[in-house]
Design a binder for this molecule. Sequence first.
Ligand SMILES: Nc1ncnc2c1ncn2[C@@H]1O[C@H](COP(=O)(O)OP(=O)(O)OP(=O)(O)O)[C@@H](O)[C@H]1O
Ligand SMILES: [Mg+2]
Length: 355
Amino acid sequence: MKPICVLGNGQLGRMLRQAGEPLGIAVYPVGLDAEPESVPYQSSVITAEIERWPETALTRELAHHKAFINRDIFPLLADRLPQKQLIDSLGLATAPWRLLSDPSQWPQLFAELGDFIIVKRRTGGYDGRGQWRIRPGDKAELPAEIYGECIVEQGIPFSGEVSLVGARNAQGQSVFYTLTHNLHQEGILRTSVALPNAGNQLQQQAEKMLSAIMDHLNYIGVMAMECFIIGDNLLINELAPRVHNSGHWTQNGASISQFELHLRAILDLPMPQPEIIAPSVMVNLIGTELNPEWLGLPLVHLHWYEKEVRPVRKVGHLNLTHADKDALQTTLQALIPLLPAEYQSGLEWAKIKLN
Ligand SMILES: Nc1ncnc2c1ncn2[C@@H]1O[C@H](COP(=O)(O)OP(=O)(O)OP(=O)(O)O)[C@@H](O)[C@H]1O
Ligand SMILES: [Mg+2]
């Protein structure tokens, strides 16, 4: 099997490497400042766990590499302006948006988009960073340098958020996991719940939307689509051309994890529809020190990233999978005293989602 070089060496690269190991696939996550010669990039298939990168000795080498899968799709999706334009051009629903280029636009923006507007940096934002929630009267607080660098979106009064993680191979075949229900707080994903009941109306809608996008781009590998639920419909929030935090439950809750699925797709290996084993919950560990007591709960799968613990930093996650939802709910309840207080609302939310 060909080795794989992953541009970026964060937790996603780490979990891609872990997924490759049992299959005998050598996966090399590489930091941007690494010496190109430190990895066998010339004979590898190249992928990325980040969406954009500065020019370095390594990225210069990889930028022209023939085996860099989806190379030209990254810049398109890493900038919210062309990403939104792409979604519009395919006739897919997304939160109404405008390019924010000048402070004089504000009266018009409130008139057209309503009184709750979200300003988002075109590039570089993640986990809710690079965003401002704006109501009439607030706009003086925005730094002057953002004009031209941001889009604005209508604030959507969604009833919930879901994401679809899927993969497409070079033959144009696509497979999808079931929709994941996601709870974000302050723009950062806290908890996900996935249920094996595929085939409902929202699932079909989501698969059609993500298929249209992946087919149009001739995309290969795993892609994630984050959506807002509004009534019976989905609005696309954003797209990620990579494995995604909301797909982490598949490590323990699906017969093929999103990480393995991505490796299979980019190496052109067989890519059957993954089986969803049982209802699953993922709890993100954000700025929290490891507590060995979590391991006293038999359903807890700990995935620890071995990063320095800092506030609002994703440092690991807990996956729970079980056919008996009561067992999951009991485990969530037992986790409440083992985690800081800010986790409680997310754990309670997951218990309700399982009903
Ligand atoms: N138009 C909107 N209306 C209402 N809420 C929104 C809107 N856009 C974003 N949000 C909220 O903020 C969260 C983060 O927004 P978004 O996904 O755009 O940011 P991000 O920082 O790029 O996130 P990620 O870490 O997923 O890359 C969303 O999941 C949602 O909860
Ligand atoms: Mg997001």
